[in-house]
Design a protein around this ligand. Structure first.
Ligand SMILES: [Zn+2]
Length: 57
């Protein structure tokens, strides 16, 4: 019995281009008057507001 291979269904192309669908983006953390960079943390993506989906115009 031959098996027909079906292509996997493509995910909807509405993933946010900024966070790539994760809903989070890496932000640089700065402290002090000199704004010394102390590292990065994940923050809410402001493009999709954390939903991971591209905003519909
Ligand atoms: Zn996003």
């Amino acid at each position: 019995m031959a098996r027909t291979e079906k292509p996997a269904p493509a995910p909807p192309s509405t993933a946010c281009p900024t966070c790539k669908g994760s809903g989070e983006v890496a932000r640089t953390v700065r402290v002090g008057r000199k704004h010394r960079v102390v590292g990065q943390q994940s923050g809410l993506c402001l493009t999709c507001l954390g939903s991971g989906e591209a905003p519909v115009e």
